[in-house]
Design a protein. Structure first.
Length: 471
């Protein structure tokens, strides 16, 4: 069995920590067995490793999540990247085409699909493994995992079984009911309906045949070129609800959607993350602070205060899902991002009347990692090394850098850096159009940089080369 993990969404219900670049699954606010912070995607990946499924998995994601995914899961994770954002049906179809035409998976191979942000115990993934046998035994179009409801929820969809069922390890599905009212939810639970947690399995050939039915190619590269023409629709609506023969197996364990602050804080081990204080009479409140300044909460119960470079949220826990509706109109670049090489935080962004802009970032590069060898057409940069040691490449010459060095990078100059230890520097950009898209990447690996660049002699430092005086 192969696995497709879906990683998408902008996570606006968890603003201001989540944004278009850092969706909810990447927030490192959970705690693992060793007491270390981890994200939802890191938690799920660890659980997949524990049951032997990680090596069989590919992650379907968007361009904006590539760096963060590799930063948290490592460079070996297999990614299938949407050329443009669509919905779950196109993303799954693209991943299926990849498995078929790139990895040459047999059309009878069973493929299971689930989200990267499922909050479940390890037993859940053992049930996912059982989908393969169920699908083969029943010869169904689709096999699903459903969760035994613990209360008549109005926010989940339901998998409704056929009324007459034998004593089987699976149930035949009659139909699906989307987010019923409480009274109807009680009736569905009495019928042994299950919560639909969006986990399903099919044979690879089944999903590829759906592409052929609408005149789209099943070859991966050809499908990428036509990706924008795929319908923007969920897999549930396009495939699951139209399938004729669907079965489901029951999971009677913990399952949560941690998509809002009130649900996420239920699983955060401590009421305080970051710099701040909650007074003793704050009952059931949480403070998550990514800023360097302290935040103090006095006498407020059942509230969430979340602060990041993107903004500050103060909300009653029950009202917190409404934040998504209030941030829709915000037009703001992400102020914090994790990348494959480390992270950056925007400290300041100024626009002047003459059209010039100045953007200041604090950048951290992890030991052994490197920024690509690159150039910019719209901006110059000045880097001030704050901490750590590294190698800095400028116009095909590599120099040693250390704290206190100030590096000037003119418009159009080729440059990059590799961290010998964890490296931090302040970057000041100046230009007329300071956007992340103003970048031409020449080399991604430092091995390639070293092949094309010469190392400066011991008698020549980067300070000498640039005519700067440090200290």
């Amino acid at each position: 069995m192969r696995l497709i993990l879906l990683s998408g969404g902008s996570g606006k219900r968890l603003w201001p920590l989540s944004n278009d670049a850092r969706s909810k699954q990447f927030l490192q606010v959970l705690e693992n067995e060793d007491g270390e912070r981890e994200s939802m995607v890191q938690r799920v990946w660890g659980q997949l490793k524990a049951v032997g499924l990680a090596d069989s998995a590919v992650v379907a994601t968007s361009k904006s999540q590539i760096d963060m995914m590799k930063n948290q899961l490592g460079d070996s994770v297999k990614l299938v990247v949407e050329p443009v954002r669509r919905d779950t049906y196109p993303a799954i179809a693209l991943a299926a085409a990849y498995l078929s035409s790139v990895e040459h998976i047999n059309l009878n191979e069973v493929i299971a699909v689930l989200s990267v942000d499922s909050f479940v115990d390890d037993r859940f993934f053992l049930r996912v493994k059982e989908l393969e046998d169920v699908l083969i035994t029943t010869d169904a179009d689709l096999a699903l995992v459903g969760v035994t409801p613990t209360y008549p929820s109005e926010k989940y969809g339901y998998i409704v079984p056929e009324l007459s069922q034998g004593d089987y390890p699976f149930m035949k599905v009659s139909h699906f009911q989307e987010k019923p009212k409480e009274a109807q939810a009680r009736e569905l639970i009495a019928q042994k309906a299950l919560w639909n947690c969006g986990v399903f399995a099919f044979k690879l050939g089944y999903i590829l045949s759906k592409l052929e039915e609408i005149g789209l190619p099943t070859d991966y590269l050809k499908l990428i070129n036509k990706y924008a023409s795929l319908p923007k629709i969920s897999f549930d609506y396009e495939v699951v609800e139209k399938a004729k023969n669907v079965v489901a197996i029951r999971y009677a364990g913990e399952w949560k959607d941690l998509g809002t602050w009130n649900t996420l804080t239920e699983e955060i081990a401590t009421p305080l993350i970051g710099n701040g204080v909650l007074s003793r009479d704050c009952v059931g409140s949480h403070l998550i602070n990514e800023l360097d300044i302290p935040i103090i909460i006095i006498g407020l119960s059942n509230v969430v205060v979340a602060a990041s470079p993107d903004g500050i949220l103060v909300t009653d826990k029950q009202a917190s899902p409404r934040v998504k509706d209030l941030v829709i109109g915000f037009e703001q670049r992400p102020m914090f991002e994790e990348r494959r090489w480390g992270w950056y935080r925007v400290l300041d962004h100024m626009k002047y009347d003459n059209g010039q802009e100045v953007l200041t970032k604090r950048i951290g590069v992890s030991v052994g990692k490197n920024l690509s060898y690159q150039l910019h057409y719209q901006r110059s940069e000045v880097w001030t090394i704050m901490n750590g040691k590294g190698e800095f490449a400028l116009d095909d010459v590599i120099y040693e850098v250390k704290p206190g060095d100030v590096l000037h990078i003119p418009v159009g100059a080729k440059h990059g850096v590799r961290a010998r230890t964890d490296l931090e520097f302040i970057e000041v950009q100046a230009g007329s159009d300071l956007v992340e898209g103003d970048i031409v990447r020449i080399f991604m690996t430092w091995d390639d940089v070293e092949k094309c660049c010469r190392k400066a002699g011991e008698e020549v430092s980067v300070v000498d080369k640039l005519g700067l005086k440090i200290g």
